[in-house]
Design a protein around this ligand. Sequence first.
Ligand code: 13P
Ligand code: SF4
Length: 341
Amino acid sequence: MNIAHTCSLQPGLAYTPEIAEEMAPLYQKVKSVIPPMEWPVFAPLIRAINQLKEQRGAIILAHNYQTPEIFHGVADIVGDSLQLAREAAQADANIIVQCGVHFMAETAKLLNPDKTVLIPDLGAGCSLAESITADDVRALRRQYPGVPIVTYVNTSAAVKAECDICCTSSNAVQIVESLGADRVLLVPDEFLAQNVNAQTDVDVISFSGRCEVHERFTAQELRDFRAGHDGLKIIAHPECPPEVLHEADYAGSTSGMIKWVQDNQPPKVMMVTECSMSDNVSVENPDVEFIRPCNLCPHMKAITLQNILDALLYTRHEVHIDPAIAVPARRAVTRMIELGR
Ligand code: 13P
Ligand code: SF4
C-alpha cells in the first residue's frame, strides 16, 4: 500500500510564519551550526517528518555522523554503531528508519526481522563494508584453520554470516579477549585490528580494509594542529592509522569521543573523525571550542531530510535479507550484544 495515497497529512513545505514560530525553539538550539539561509528549507521538512513519523508509528535512528538538522531535528535515538544496534533490538515501533549507512540498516533488520526497516538512500554504503566479501572470509577460514573470526559491524550481512561474532569500535578489545583464543582474526579494518592488537595480549590478525574517511588523517597533520593551537586536546577514532592514535589524547568510538568531551569539557578539542560529529556535539557543549579538520563521509551524507520524508511517505527503501544469510548473521550480532550485558 502506498502511504502517499492514504496519509491525511500532505506536508506543506513552505516556510510560513506559523511554521517559523513553531520551529523557533529548535532553531535557537541549532543556530550555531545551521546557517539562517538554510533554516527556511529545513524547518518545514523537519516538521513534516516529525508529524508523519508519529502518524506512521515509526522511529528514526540516526548515527552520530548525520548532519545536525537530522541529528537534532528528527532523530528519536542517536548513537554509535553499538548503541544503534542495541536500540534497534529494543525498538517498539512498526517502522524503523535508519539514518546511517546500509550495514547499519541491515543490522537493524537482523534484530527486527518482523519489522519494516527503511534506509532513505540505498546507495549509502561504506568503504569498509565494501572491502570484504563472504568468499574472502571463507578463504581466511581455510588459511587460518581454527582461528576465530571477529567481524567489525561495518560489513554486509553476508560477511557477518560467515564470522563467529561481531564487534564495534567501542567493544572490539572486549570481544577479541572474550573468545579465549591466542590468535583472532579481526576483519576488515586493518587499522582497527592493529589498534586493538596494541591493547591486548591476543595476537590480532588483520585484513586489508580501510575507512576512506579515517585513513586520510596523518600524524603530521595532528602535530601541526597541536602546534597551532595552545592547549588543544585531540581525540581520535580507532579506524585511524596507529600513528595518528599515538598523537591523540584519547581514542574511542564516536560515542566514546562524545562522552569524553562532555566529561572533560576541554577549552579546545579536535575530533579526528567525520565532519558532522563536531557540529552535533558543539550544540550541547557551548563552552568547548571545536577545531575542525574536515573529512566527510559521502555515504553518511547521502541521507537527507528530503529522502527521510520520502522514506516515510512511500515506505522506501525497505531492507530485505535472505533468511539463509540472516540466521547466521543474526547469531554473530546477538552474540556481541549478549556479551555486553
Ligand atoms: P562508531 O561505531 O564508532 O560510531 O563508528 C562507526 C563508523 O562508521 C565510523 O566510521
Ligand atoms: Fe564507512 Fe568510514 Fe563512512 Fe564510517 S566513516 S560509514 S567506516 S566509510
